[in-house]
Design a protein around this ligand. Structure first.
Ligand SMILES: C[S@@+](CC[C@H](N)C(=O)[O-])C[C@H]1O[C@@H](n2cnc3c(N)ncnc32)[C@H](O)[C@@H]1O
Length: 428
């Protein structure tokens, strides 16, 4: 019987490669001390999936015959441990993988022998296995979607030649970034020298789980923190976070503008409930509304002088944090997402007060999810003016104005954080 960590990893791989869905947020719940092993192993399997499959193929009797997913998962889990997790014994790596293959729900029992033979052979020289896998071309781990994301991420910064360097960075597990909500900075966290207010783990410090669970701090990516450090003088009286759950950005809006009324919308009922609980735990006042933001805004009679629209998107800027995304992106219905963003954006623009600020953001590098919306809106709505609310360094060379930039799109080669595009408008 495989241990829970390997079983969880195998189930997560089936979710991605069998069901075509993202790894659920709490996929490692209940793993306790084994969570670190599970996370490392799942990351290795996803980030090296293409190369792991390519390594196995020539060793099969009939390489062109389809191999059941249960066999591919068991082999990937076994090989990843043998190649990259030296702390795992040969015995554990091989036997647990054979156990996965034997599991009727997630394995393929007729291939137990095949999995056993292939892994035993690989275990004879783990260094050679690692060298063989690392020596395969990195592009084997990139889907057409991933290739496009890399190209789009680099192009506006004039760095098109740096695809391999960017991929190599995105293939490392990301460093978590934190924000203090109350009290003092706990031991093990230190200020991020490049981003005021941002905290990071000191070298060798453990993940601050207890501090996060106490509600005194939260995880927030560096890009989101930089995005929310916008410079905008007029104090808002009414603010809207139009797509708010899980509430990281709602929290910052509430802390930055404590005197303003805050409405937080979320379409999905369970996420809206979670948002309510999170804000209550943090002692923040906001009117949480479970609704489709566009419908709610179009009901009329509502206006806001600060609107944040952190729209649903492809997530193409989060490949580092979500290594399953390269394998799911090709099946994404991008035109539907883009139309949804446009619908939300138009509704939001209609509720912006004169002199107010609208920030639209997506964690994506794809131009159709932000840059194209911005151009279309500027052309269609003469009353809108770009607002230079971010330091110029966050803009692309073409978008850097004297007083800053109205288009937030950090250079992925010099900025460590998720890929984001955001733009800001005010209305005359
Ligand atoms: C990118 S996430 C927001 C993340 C959030 N701003 C934060 O920083 O924690 C987008 C959220 O919008 C919600 N959403 C998607 N379509 C929506 C709609 N039409 N109206 C309201 N919420 C929507 C999604 O369920 C998801 O929770």
């Amino acid at each position: 019987m495989p241990t829970p960590a390997r079983l969880h990893v195998a189930h997560a791989l089936h979710t991605v490669f069998g069901d075509g869905e993202r790894v659920p947020d709490l996929w490692d719940r209940g793993l306790g001390e084994d969570a670190a092993l599970g996370q490392a192993l799942l990351g290795l399997c996803l980030r090296n999936w293409g190369r792991l499959q390519a390594f196995v193929k020539p060793q099969l009797k009939d390489p062109d015959r389809g191999v059941p997913l249960g066999t591919r998962v068991a082999l990937a889990v076994g090989l990843a441990q043998l190649a990259w997790l030296p702390g795992v014994t040969d015995f554990a790596a091989v036997n647990e993988a054979v156990g996965l293959a034997a599991d009727r729900a997630i394995g393929f029992p007729p291939h137990r022998g095949l999995v056993n033979a292939l892994l035993r052979r690989a275990a004879k020289d783990r260094g050679a296995l690692r060298a063989a896998l690392d020596g395969l071309p990195a592009r084997m781990d990139r889907s057409p979607f991933a290739e496009r994301v890399l190209a789009e991420a680099l192009a506006p910064h004039g760095r098109s030649a740096e695809v391999e360097a960017l991929w190599s960075r995105l293939s490392q597990p990301p460093h978590a970034a934190f924000r203090l909500l109350k009290g003092t900075v706990p031991e093990g966290l230190e200020p991020d020298p490049a981003l005021p207010g941002c905290l990071r783990q000191a070298e060798g410090a453990p993940f601050p789980r207890a501090w996060l669970e106490s509600g005194a701090g939260m995880v927030q990516d560096r890009s989101s923190q930089a995005l929310l450090a916008y410079a905008w003088e007029p104090a808002p009286a009414r603010m809207l976070d139009a797509c708010a759950a899980p509430g990281g950005k709602t929290t910052v809006l509430a802390l930055r503008h404590p005197g303003a009324g805050l409405w937080a919308l979320e379409r999905q009922p369970r996420r809206a409930e979670r948002l309510k609980r999170t804000l209550a735990q943090r002692g923040l006042a906001a009117e949480v509304v479970q609704a489709d933001a566009a419908v709610w805004l179009e009901e009329g009679g509502r206006s806001f002088d600060l609107i944040l629209l952190d729209a649903p998107c492809s997530g193409s800027g989060t490949l580092q944090k979500h290594p399953e995304l390269p394998w799911l992106g090709d099946a994404l219905d991008l035109p539907r997402l883009v139309a949804e963003q446009r619908r939300l954006l138009e509704a939001a623009v209609g509720c912006l007060t004169p002199g107010g600020l609208l920030i639209y953001a997506v964690c994506s590098w794809l131009p159709e999810e932000a840059a194209a919306h911005r151009e279309a809106l500027l052309a269609a709505q003469p009353g809108l003016r770009p607002a230079n609310i971010w330091p110029a360094a966050f803009g692309t060379p073409a978008d850097r104005g004297e007083g800053g930039t109205s288009f937030f799109r950090p250079d992925p080669m010099t900025w460590e954080g998720e890929g984001f595009q955001a733009f800001a408008f005010t209305r005359s």
